[in-house]
Design a protein around this ligand. Structure first.
Ligand SMILES: [Zn+2]
Length: 344
């Protein structure tokens, strides 16, 4: 694919180029200064906008995370204190800001507002801003402006939906050991549809611009049905792997070690990220979970309860979601580096 990955932002490249900085000559000139300026502004404003939008959607996610486990509606009634039912005016309901100003307490009854609220808002805001910043296609390639105008935003929207779902599932599993089917299964279907949509778009762009994009090449090789079939097999393999582990564990320990929800979560990850991306998320998640378990074991107060601890359930889904976020942002370079190292 035609990218200019070595320059993080055309605007920064432009200014450091004017100051004779390191980025000199790295930006693919010929591009006029005016064009660079516009691209850079779109890049920076786009990042800020995505971050602010992320804060708002993080705030909405907090409402969902409080009400879903109770089976309440997320639309009505309006946002209120979970303790005293005091309805929040708009200025007590601003993402991050209100929590800081109120110092984490309800203004009416002074009960604590958990740290989860600002953390979830910050997580969605930061992930969305980073996804927008990282997007290499903000009109930076003078050869294919069509590419950036249409393909980039579609990729970004997909990444936003995926990170929102993963943060939601991570918190639900950590708090309630619960990965609802009505999130994981439609989430997997959406990921599958999105993969095909992106591919169709690449093929259209190839015929429009005459440029060869990696995905479009794949399309020529396998056809749209071939790729859909490949992705479906990947989804089945990812879920099947978890079911196999679950079965082996049950045979040896006669206990449930890994939930059905984890298998559906793996299907969701494979639908969005492909099988290699989902396996990477699984590997990262298991390592993170193991590290946390060892840390817990090393702390004396936790060790005294070690018998209970050995039976306690770690929220594997939470770690899979964290692995999924890392895999969705840096999956391709990590998998490529691994394959190089393994000598493929
Ligand atoms: Zn209150």
């Amino acid at each position: 694919m035609e990218h200019t990955k070595d320059v993080p932002c055309p605007l920064i490249a432009h200014f450091s180029w004017r100051k004779g900085g390191k980025a000199k000559g790295r930006y693919p000139i010929p591009v006029t200064a005016k064009r660079i300026l516009i691209i850079g502004m779109v890049h920076i404003l786009g990042t800020i906008y995505a971050g602010l939008l992320g804060l708002a959607f993080g705030s909405f996610l907090n409402v969902c995370l409080s009400r879903w486990p109770e089976g309440e509606s997320v639309i009505a009634p309006r946002s209120h204190c979970r303790n005293c039912a005091h309805t929040l005016p708009w200025w007590e309901n601003l993402p991050l800001v209100s929590w800081l100003v109120l110092r984490g307490r309800c203004r009416n009854c002074h009960s604590r507002i958990g740290l989860r609220y600002p953390l979830v808002e910050l997580a969605i805001g930061a992930l969305w801003a980073f996804s927008a910043w990282q997007l290499p296609q903000w009109g930076a390639n003078p050869q294919s402006p069509v590419m950036e105008m249409y393909y980039g935003p579609v990729v970004l929207v997909g990444q936003m939906i995926l990170t929102w779902l993963l943060v939601a599932l991570a918190v639900l599993d950590a708090d309630n050991l619960w990965l609802p089917d009505w999130i994981t299964l439609p989430g997997a279907a959406l990921g599958f549809a999105f993969t095909l949509l992106k591919l169709e778009l690449l093929v259209k762009l190839t015929s429009l611009t005459g440029l060869q994009f990696t995905g479009a090449l794949q399309h020529e090789q396998y056809g749209i049905y071939g790729i859909a079939l490949k992705r479906l097999l990947g989804i089945l393999a990812a879920a099947g792997m978890v079911l196999l582990i679950r079965w082996v564990y049950w045979l040896t320990r006669h206990r449930e070690g890994i939930g059905m929800g984890d298998a559906k979560l793996m299907a969701l990850l494979a639908a969005w990220l492909g099988l290699p991306g989902a396996l990477l998320a699984f590997g990262l998640g298991v390592v993170m979970g193991a590290v946390l378990a060892l840390v817990q074991l090393a702390i004396p107060s936790a060790r005294s309860q070690s018998e209970r601890w050995a039976l306690s359930k770690l929220p594997l889904g939470t770690f899979l979601c964290l692995g999924g976020v890392v895999s969705s942002l840096w999956g391709q370079p990590i998998v490529a580096a691994y394959l190089r190292w393994a000598g493929f």
